[in-house]
Design a protein around this ligand. Structure first.
Ligand code: ADP
Ligand code: MG
Length: 606
């Protein structure tokens, strides 16, 4: 249970709420234990008055006597109701303080975890799958809440109730108390045991349900594959089998639960019987009054539910502890890349790589080997190479998503590690290779990197125009307010790429990195966008990663990467003349372009 200690700081934070909650619990229970005493007095009064009534019967005062008697009983009734209302009010406040406290703690925890996630390194996201990350912030936090809320509340309630009830009972009669309370530990243990079984079975059911959900989810997203491979019947059968397992398990659980309540009632019944029997003999001996028996029977009933819930509470605590352990483990992961403690600094755009090597820690793949280049402010460089040659890695090192193992990345002659991290990333317009749009409007996606108050529609339009996506957007029914993502419109890969280019352009950064961001656009759009880019990029330092050669753009420098190393370096003309990898690529591309244009590449027989 030691993991739950990390929740103590929250209890401390909300200590006044907690203390108030405890006071409410005590008040509720004080009113609770009063009402059996009122019942005792009522019963005792009835018993003694009936004797007097026998005495008055037949005389003229009898009806008057009955009236007074009835009024007194009514009065007792009112007192019981009033006590119940008072108790109810305090119970309301007890929930209002303690359960609300647990919700506040849940809120704090969720925010803390989310903030922590955001600071963690990309590697962390490679190591942990999204489902795990999600369940930390949803399931585990809500399990921890079951401890800070209900478990704490019921435990305090049980302790307070127990002390008050047992104290009152012993004051009446210690011996009878012993006989009455004796079956309760058995009740507690039985319930604890049965609860364990129920827990285990529910856990299995939960797992099966999660599996069923995954199966159905996959078959919805993969419906095209299923239909085209005519596997509907197979999938039906598969789903039915798994649903059958689920059904069997739930029925099994229902059977166990069915004996749960009878057992509780049996034990409570035994307790009641022994109270009445032992109490009865003591009434005969004159040690207690009949009202005491009634009082005790009510006490037993008051104790039953809190004791019955002990098993449940313990299960809650165990689960919360396991969840909190997982949360703590996640919170203990430290971000590898942290900003140095410096003031944000403006960058001008001089970029240099000095003998940079980089190995991915999780796979051990050496993605860059001894890469050096220098790009002066305002220059434009293309990085070309096959898939896996290390192009994207190079870009990621520049925005410090990773730090190099050897060598240095310099901006304006200073090591990139010495820059304020957020300000560095804000000043570089980076279009990553894997386009990602949020489930938001198109304009929301474009202004993503900015304070929304800094932008107006004009700027958004301009960015979209420069990214050559304005026409596409204007054709959508709601234009810039169109929702994208799962429930919005489906955009083509090329449209998404261009929207993410607009997102980078609107920041008006000094340095721009485009990572293969025209791979999904057609030749015509490519030409359009390159014409715009030529203009937009003037004066900016730009690093354009591509697997195609853009003849429309002139570059100050072209790097050809191969297996993480610089294979060739130079300008377009010098590289074509050299007749190496670049020249080969260029020739192949021209051949392809000619074929697309309809020119005969090889003559076919008519
Ligand atoms: N996150 C990663 N973890 C481990 N290995 C990676 C990761 N990203 C890329 N790699 C590997 O590093 C090499 C270079 O990848 P990358 O820079 O993405 O190449 P390119 O962008 O030129 O296609 C490849 O062999 C790739 O498998
Ligand atoms: Mg890449």
């Amino acid at each position: 249970m030691k993991h739950l200690r990390s929740l103590n700081k929250y209890f401390y934070k909300y200590r006044w709420r907690l203390i108030l909650g405890i006071i409410f619990i005590i008040c509720a229970n004080i009113f609770g234990v009063y009402s059996p005493q009122v019942v005792r007095q009522a019963v005792d009064m009835v018993v003694s008055q009936i004797n007097y009534y026998q005495f008055y019967k037949g005389s003229g005062n009898a009806s008057e006597y009955l009236r007074v008697f009835g009024t007194t009983i009514l009065f007792f009734g009112f007192v019981v109701v009033a006590l119940a209302i008072a108790r109810g009010i305090f119970m309301f406040f007890m929930r209002q303080t303690i359960i609300v406290m647990s919700r506040l703690i849940e809120y704090d925890q969720k925010n803390e975890i989310y903030n922590h996630y955001q600071r963690l390194h990309l590697d962390f996201y490679k190591r942990n799958n999204t489902g795990d990350l999600m369940s930390r912030i949803t399931e585990d936090v809500s399990r921890a809440r079951m401890y800070t809320g209900p478990a704490v509340m019921y435990t305090i309630n049980l302790v307070v109730l127990f002390i008050l009830v047992i104290y009152t009972m012993i004051r009446v009669n210690a011996e009878l108390t012993l006989y009455t309370v004796a079956p309760l530990p058995v009740l507690g243990l039985t319930i604890f045991y049965v609860n364990g079984i129920i827990e285990r079975k529910s856990e299995q059911i939960q797992r099966q349900l999660a599996f069923l959900t995954t199966v159905s989810q996959e078959s919805y997203s993969g419906i095209r594959v299923i239909k085209s491979y005519v596997q509907e019947r197979f999938m039906n059968q598969y789903f039915e089998n798994e649903a059958e397992v689920y059904k069997t398990k739930t029925l099994d659980l229902a059977r166990t639960e069915a004996i749960y309540f009878p057992v509780i009632f049996l034990l409570v019944g035994l307790s009641t019987v022994s109270t009445i029997f032992i109490g009865g003999t003591q009434v005969i001996e004159g040690k207690i009054t009949p009202g005491n028996i009634a009082e005790f029977v009510i006490y037993i009933n008051m104790l039953t539910w809190p004791i019955a819930s002990v098993g449940w509470v313990m299960a809650l605590v165990q689960r919360a502890s396991a969840s909190q352990k997982r949360i703590d483990e996640f919170m203990a992961t430290r971000p590898d890349i942290v900003s140095p403690d410096v003031a944000p600094d403006e960058i001008h755009g001089d970029i240099e790589f000095r003998h940079v090597s980089f190995t991915y820690p999780n796979t051990g793949i050496r993605a860059l080997k001894d890469v050096s280049f220098h790009l002066k402010k305002g220059q434009r460089m293309a990085v070309i190479g096959r898939t896996g040659s290390g192009k994207s890695t190079l870009a990621q090192l520049l925005v410090r998503l990773y730090d190099p193992d050897e060598g240095q990345v310099l901006i304006d002659g200073k090591k990139v590690r010495t820059f304020h991290l957020d300000s560095l990333r804000k000043q570089i317009g980076y279009v990553p290779q894997d386009v990602f749009l949020f489930s938001d409007t198109i304009s929301g996606n474009i202004v993503f990197g900015l304070e929304r108050s800094d932008v107006n529609d004009e700027l958004i339009r301009e960015a979209a125009m420069n990214a050559s996506v304005l026409n596409d957007i204007e054709q959508l029914p709601k234009k810039f307010e169109t929702l994208v993502g799962e429930r919005g419109v489906t955009l083509s890969g090329g449209q998404k790429q261009r929207i993410s280019i607009a997102r980078a352009l609107i920041k008006e950064p000094r340095v721009m990195i485009f990572d293969d961001c025209l791979s999904a656009v057609d030749a015509q759009t490519e030409q359009n966008i390159l014409t715009y880019l030529n203009e937009v990029l003037t004066g900016k330092t730009a690093l354009i990663i591509t697997h195609r050669i853009f003849s429309l753009l002139t570059f100050d420098k072209i790097l050809v990467l191969d297996h993480g190393m610089i294979a060739e370096e130079g300008t377009h003309d010098s590289l074509v003349n050299k007749g190496g990898l670049y020249a080969e690529l260029y020739e192949m591309q021209q051949l392809e372009e000619r074929r697309e244009a309809g020119a005969p590449v090889n003559s076919r027989p008519a």
